[in-house]
Design a protein around this ligand. Structure first.
Ligand code: NDP
Length: 295
């Protein structure tokens, strides 16, 4: 069994981003700039946004965190997004999900200028991804593809089973793995809560991507010997063992699945770190105008 080490890969890619960011700053007189909007004070969201901001500083980006009280109206939030859309000194904008129930996440996503949508959730970016055109790819699937690429894992012709069909992870992951690209060229099965006999489906996977949101959901009896296992899940549980007061668990029963897997991502230390890298890469591309020309 080999570990797909998010710590090592993300550190290496972040070094490259840092060099490119410095070149951008030298040429343009300003740093690549990411704005993150956070509504309310969900513990997980706070941690993710703080980590995104910290990583921006680390690679030489400017970062701004705009916070709103949980009661903020949809109109106020969208007005802010429209203001940021027009600001030439801001390259990327993300609105941390989930949003409170009175705010429609689709409306918010579509209000973001797709040229600043570095989360890659806007329908224009999703549509362009489907067509294999230049676009911002959703950060988590992008990070996973970068990781597979880094380890030179040959995915062509493999059967990939994705568990979970969310707009931000499972669905885009299934598209990317099926695309005519490297990594890619997989035969893909996309499964979800209505899939019949999930175990039989997952057992067919040479590659298994677990994006469900349930601790230790994928067990050893569901995984084929030698499979490549990508665990996207981040399940927080309160714990007295850690300084932070919580512990993270994946969607895969790591201890029992790892001995059967040829490659596997740990949680923490796997996909989460790669998601940040995906976001940073998108932000750099937004600043440079390589995907969507500036102006
Ligand atoms: P969602 O809740 O949006 O989607 C979960 C998916 O799992 C749905 O498609 C759902 O099916 C499916 N599912 C739920 N129960 C079952 C079941 N019993 N059998 C089969 N499928 C099931 O979650 P996300 O995609 O947003 O996130 C998934 C996990 O990944 C979470 O733990 C989240 O925290 C984590 N995450 C991690 C990131 C990272 O950077 N590492 C980034 C984003 C998310 P249905 O559609 O039928 O309801």
């Amino acid at each position: 069994m080999n570990i797909l080490d998010g710590k090592e890969v993300s550190a290496k890619i972040k070094e490259d981003i840092k060099v490119e960011a410095a070149a951008f700053t030298a040429a343009s007189g300003r740093k690549p700039h990411l704005v993150a909007i956070l509504v309310g004070n969900d513990g997980g969201s706070e941690t993710y946004v703080a980590s995104k901001m910290r990583n921006c500083e680390l690679v030489g980006f400017e970062s701004t965190n705009i916070r709103y009280d949980v009661e903020v109206s949809e109109e106020e939030l969208i007005a802010k997004i429209q203001e940021i859309n027009k600001d030439p000194n801001i390259d990327g904008l993300i609105v941390q999900l989930p949003l409170p129930a009175h705010i429609d996440p689709d409306k918010v996503t579509e209000a973001i200028d797709h040229r600043k949508d570095v989360d890659g959730f806007h329908p224009i970016n999703l549509g362009r991804m489907q067509r294999n055109l230049p676009c911002f790819i959703p950060a988590t699937p992008y990070g996973i593809m970068l990781m597979l690429g880094h380890y030179g894992i040959d995915t062509a012709g493999k059967h990939a089973v994705v568990v979970g069909r969310s707009n931000i992870v499972g669905s885009p992951m299934s598209i990317l793995l099926a695309r005519n690209s490297n990594p890619g060229n997989c035969t893909v099965t996309l499964t979800h809560s209505r899939t019949k006999d999930l175990k039989t489906e997952v057992l067919r996977g040479d590659i298994v991507v677990a994006a469900i949101g349930k601790k230790n959901f994928v067990t050893a009896d569901m995984v084929k010997e030698g499979a490549i296992v990508i665990d996207v899940g981040i399940n927080r549980e309160n714990s007295t063992e850690t300084k932070s007061g919580f512990k993270l668990y994946g969607d895969v029963d790591f201890d029992n699945v790892a001995p059967k897997a040829s490659w596997i991502t740990p949680v923490p230390g796997g996909v989460g770190l790669m998601t940040i890298v995906g976001l940073l890469k998108n932000t750099l591309e937004a600043a440079k105008g390589t995907i969507y020309p500036k102006g």
